[in-house]
Design a protein around this ligand. Structure first.
Ligand SMILES: [Zn+2]
Length: 565
């Protein structure tokens, strides 16, 4: 209820002068639009901080109560955005300075799930969103106790996504991989009805704002028409697709040699459980199975280097911070170190999916991760810190401009930094003794492609599915069928066992229950190489690009900061 008052106040402030002036000057003015926007940004900033605080606690202490509190704070924020965006319509035909006009456009786009105007439906939407995210965070696969003689266990063994991901990454036993895959994918099924309702309500909110559906709204955040954006994404995909096809064919051949062509049919699709990752989105974990025969290896294994040095989670994060400070950025604030979540707590459920936060939208930056001593997590730390340094760089901008140029930019910054984690860099920071020579390049590049190129179709298909779901082209009765059609078509991976509409496999991928638009990650996979190349050039580097590290370059740091600000 507290939040109703500011709206009333806001409405009065803006409406009263308009009404008073009505006699001489019909219609609102640019000056009134300016005042409206200042008030709107102030209100959104305050409610945004409250939603951040509640969201942080809910993700770090999953309970019924934190879930309800987070849903409430998020709803207050969402409803405020929605009401402001509706109110803002009266300035649609007012001639405004370009900057101010842009704020009005961004206001409409600031939610990924816009609530309907009806308060009961707004509450329902935010409860569904909080509930699905918590259900994902709590997700576990519990194996019943084994009953065979001499093999009895006192109770179930339960694995969360962290434990199951470890199996997917390291096991080479097809039955064990299949069991972990199937076990985790059960987390999706109970979300199906909630998700369908969530789609209905998000669409309703999006339509009230003037968009065709929530998917069209998501596609409107790229300074072009939604349909143009869809075409642009397709154009990019066609450019990079040949790389993916070559990698897919090579990996399928090598996995066929390892697992046999019964399991990995040649000329067909690769079963989704054999690629080292729960979603087959990045394949680096099965690199040892496909490493080029007879060629020199990459000469090192980053996971082993991290383990040999016995780096703990905070020390790994310090390496990430030092990369940024080497470019000239300020150190992270002390609160980052005292308030972040670095490791999985032993005594409670948390949302382990890595994320970066700026709680007060000023300097209270944090990461939330369940860091393990692996190369993947070392890279992910750099990714998340990229968000934090970006957030801090633009913290002096007006509220609605506190964001990336688009969401692909935001995802690409930390990744561009992580591309600089070359053998040369690892030697420089004391993790690696000897830099492998050019003979290791094939291995290094293939290892890189297993993550970067393999991801491209996955980065694309999540929203190809959601755009169709939001538009109604895919109906709830076909959710899973459409999901697998897209996974077959884009990724060339097949379900490892029969799936049906009793399953809801999209729900087993965080960003679907977490309602995070995903095309940003596809864009980031392209943009990060462009940023990386640009930063290497600024650093004065002239050798082969994949061996470039711009760490320590103040010139590159200045350019990067100028972009982030
Ligand atoms: Zn990210």
């Amino acid at each position: 209820m507290k939040t109703r008052f500011p709206f009333a106040l806001l409405a009065c402030l803006v409406c009263a002068p308009a009404a008073a002036l009505h006699a001489q000057q019909p219609g609102p003015t640019a000056a009134q639009a300016q005042v409206f926007m200042e008030q709107a940004e102030k209100q959104l900033s305050e409610l945004g901080v409250k939603a951040n605080q509640a969201g942080w606690v809910a993700a770090n202490f999953i309970t019924e109560d934190t879930e309800a509190l987070s849903a409430e704070a998020q709803k207050n924020f969402s409803v405020a955005v929605q009401q402001l965006a509706m109110d803002a319509k009266r300035f649609d035909r007012v001639q405004l300075p370009a900057e101010l006009r842009r704020k009005f456009s961004l206001l409409k786009l600031s939610l990924s799930a816009p609530p309907p105007g009806n308060p009961a439906e707004a509450t329902e939407l935010s409860r569904l969103a909080a509930g699905m995210e918590a259900a994902y965070g709590r997700g576990k696969y519990c194996k019943p106790p084994r009953t065979g003689a001499g093999d009895q266990r006192p109770g179930e063994t339960c694995l969360d996504i962290g434990g199951l991901s470890r199996i997917m990454a390291t096991s080479r036993k097809p039955e064990e991989l299949l069991d972990a895959w199937q076990g985790w994918h059960r987390v999706g099924a109970p979300m199906r009805t909630d998700y369908a309702r969530f789609v209905e309500l998000s669409n309703k909110g999006a339509r009230e704002l003037g968009f065709r559906d929530a998917g069209a709204m998501w596609r409107s955040g790229y300074d072009m028409q939604p349909d143009e954006f869809a075409q642009e994404v397709e154009r990019l995909w066609q450019q990079v697709r040949p790389l993916y096809l070559a990698l897919h064919t090579y990996v399928r051949t090598r996995l066929g040699e390892h697992y046999g062509t019964q399991l990995v049919p040649q000329n067909g699709m690769i079963p989704a459980h054999l690629l080292g990752n729960m979603w087959a989105q990045e394949w680096g974990n099965v690199y040892p199975l496909v490493a080029p025969k007879g060629a020199q290896g990459s000469g090192f294994d980053l996971t082993e280097l991290i383990r040999a040095k016995k780096l703990d989670a905070k020390e790994m994060t310090r390496y990430g911070e030092r990369f940024f400070t080497s470019l000239g950025f300020d150190s992270l604030p002390a609160t980052f170190w005292s308030r972040s979540l670095f490791t999985k707590p032993a005594d409670r459920d948390v949302v382990c999916h890595a994320s970066a936060w700026n709680i007060d939208n000023v300097n209270d930056v944090r990461i939330k991760m369940c860091i393990e001593p692996t190369a993947d997590d070392f890279i992910t730390i750099h990714h998340e810190l990229g968000h934090n340094f970006y957030q801090r760089a633009y913290n002096k901008q007006p509220t609605l401009f506190q964001s990336g140029a688009n969401d692909g930019f935001h995802e690409a910054i930390g990744d561009a930094i992580a591309l600089s984690i070359t053998p040369e860099y690892l030697k420089q920071i004391g993790l690696l003794d000897r830099v492998p020579g050019p003979a290791a390049d094939t291995a290094l590049l293939l290892r890189q492609a297993m993550d970067k190129v393999a991801f491209l179709p996955f980065g694309l298909l999540i929203d190809q599915w959601r755009w169709k779901v939001f538009s109604g082209e895919v109906k709830p009765a076909d959710y899973n069928k459409a999901w697998w059609e897209l996974r077959n078509r884009y990724q060339g991976v097949s379900a490892p066992l029969a799936r049906s509409e009793a399953d809801f496999d999209p729900g087993a991928k965080y960003h679907v229950p977490g309602n995070t638009p995903y095309t940003r990650y596809f864009l980031a996979r392209v943009l990060q190489f462009q940023f990386y190349q640009g930063l290497c050039r600024e650093a004065g580097y002239t050798g082969p690009l994949h061996r470039c590290s711009f760490a320590g370059s103040k010139a590159a740091g200045q350019k990067l900061n100028a972009m982030l600000e």
